[in-house]
Design a protein around this ligand. Structure first.
Ligand code: GLY
Ligand code: MN
Ligand code: MN
Length: 434
């Protein structure tokens, strides 16, 4: 048995106990979890790409599996009803020769209908119409149980950390190939293809659509296109792209300067790389992520001052929303079976922890705990629609608009690593680029 197979078995045995505890607490005899399935485009017989439901993947490493069901009943072996249609159009995935398989009673099913349930009170979690849940006599997606099961995904087991580490290694091979393609003058689409080839994945399998933005596109936070022609000038490239390993997601961003890059951009990029590592080094159990988010704003304010982009104090830059205009997103989020993983805006007891009014996009508002895996992704962008309103405020004369106008063609910078909170500090799961 390989190390990861042994870790998976330990993970499953801990899940058996944790589910028994939660189901007992809310008075259920069991829970049915549906993998989900791809929905057809309207009026068409083709479907878009598909990601299996996170609570399904928490048990089985079957990302992309559809029409399949888990039945979890405390005191009984878990049942996996695996959709394997007798179908000459497609090839069913064979049951792998891996240790985790023996933890389940596996039913290979030609049908996509749910498993039959022994008498009892059941919850059903998944993307299922309410009429179907009603006909099964189950409670569909009950909120309290849902929140409790989300909480089980917040602190990762050694198996999950190993999957995330592997996903990071493969993603970094893609980032290195992307950088080389950029340096060779490739267009965004060719950089994307180089990334996919080196990270050994197809476009429908990536955990989120890769962001490959050169020059001003680097300043569009979730830029979604790929130019097919190379740019005439090479100022910058931002690549935010990941990988899935056994369902677990890497989410890494690197920004590179190009040979037409302004020297101030290169200095800013160096400063952002150092700032990001400085924030990573602060990770430890007990640190509040909202505090870390404000530390990012303080450090960003200092960097903007050092680079001669603003004159006001760091406090005033934060207070007047100047740092927000340069970085409107949060410092990071939980990472796991989903890129923006569940449970980031609740306390350990399930109470809602909404983001502060001045950080509405922050997806992680809780204290760090051993076992969490988070992203640390500070950014600094030149986004005309966010900076323009500052020209009308009293801080306008503290901002060096000429310098900013010269940098707008470079789009922006984001640097993102995936970090595991250990018992005393942290482990950066993202290998360095070289
Ligand atoms: N790739 C999306 C994010 O960084 O949150
Ligand atoms: Mn992220
Ligand atoms: Mn990202």
């Amino acid at each position: 048995m390989t190390r990861i197979e042994a870790q998976h078995l330990a993970h499953l045995s801990a899940l058996d106990d944790a589910y028994a505890d939660k189901l007992g607490r809310y008075g259920y005899d069991g829970v049915v979890i549906y993998s989900g399935h791809a929905h057809l485009h309207f009026g068409d017989d083709h479907a878009g790409s598909f990601a299996s439901f996170g609570h399904f993947l928490h048990w089985v490493p079957l990302a992309g599996t559809q029409h399949s069901w888990l039945l979890i009943r405390p005191g009984h072996r878990p049942v996996l009803q695996w959709h394997m249609p007798q179908d000459f159009w497609h090839l069913s995935t064979p049951v792998p020769d891996e240790a985790w398989v023996k933890h389940f009673d596996i039913i290979e099913s030609n049908a996509s209908s749910p498993p039959s349930l022994p008498p009892g009170r059941y919850a059903l979690l998944g993307d299922v119409p309410s009429e179907q849940a009603q006909s099964m006599g189950v409670e569909l997606n009950p909120e309290q149980l849902w929140i409790a099961l989300d909480e089980l995904r917040v602190r990762k087991s050694p198996y999950e950390v190993a999957c995330l580490r592997e996903a990071n290694g493969l993603a970094m091979a893609g980032h290195q190939a992307a950088r080389d393609a950029f340096e060779g003058g490739a267009a965004e689409l060719d950089i994307q293809l180089a990334y996919l080839a080196a990270s050994r994945q197809r476009e429908t399998e990536v955990p989120y659509q890769n962001i490959v933005g050169r020059n001003e596109h680097a300043g569009v936070l979730h830029y979604q296109h790929y130019d097919i022609r190379p740019a005439e000038r090479r100022y910058s490239l931002l690549v935010d792209a990941g990988h899935r390993s056994r369902g677990y997601c890497a989410d890494i961003t690197r920004t590179w300067s190009g040979h037409d890059s302004d020297v101030r951009f290169q200095a800013l990029l160096e400063g952002m790389n150092a700032l990001q590592q400085n924030l990573v080094r602060r990770i430890a159990p007990g640190v509040h992520f909202v505090d870390l988010h404000w530390q990012m704003h303080e450090q960003l304010g200092r960097l903007l001052k050092e680079q001669g982009l603003i004159d006001c104090s760091v406090e005033a830059a934060i207070e007047q929303g100047v740092t927000y205009a340069f970085c409107p997103h949060g410092l990071g989020h939980l990472l796991g079976l989903q890129v923006h993983d569940v449970g980031g805006r609740r306390g350990p007891d399930g109470t809602a922890l909404p983001p502060p009014d001045r950080a509405p996009a922050l997806r992680l508002t809780r204290e760090l705990e051993t076992g969490m895996v988070v992203t640390i992704e500070p950014g600094c962008y030149f986004i005309p629609m966010l900076l323009a309103p500052l020209r009308e405020t009293k801080v306008a004369h503290d901002i060096h608009w000429e310098a900013i106008d010269a940098l707008t063609s470079h789009g922006g910078i984001r640097v993102e690593d995936n970090v595991h909170v250990t018992e005393t500090a942290y482990e950066n799961l993202t290998p360095s680029a070289d």
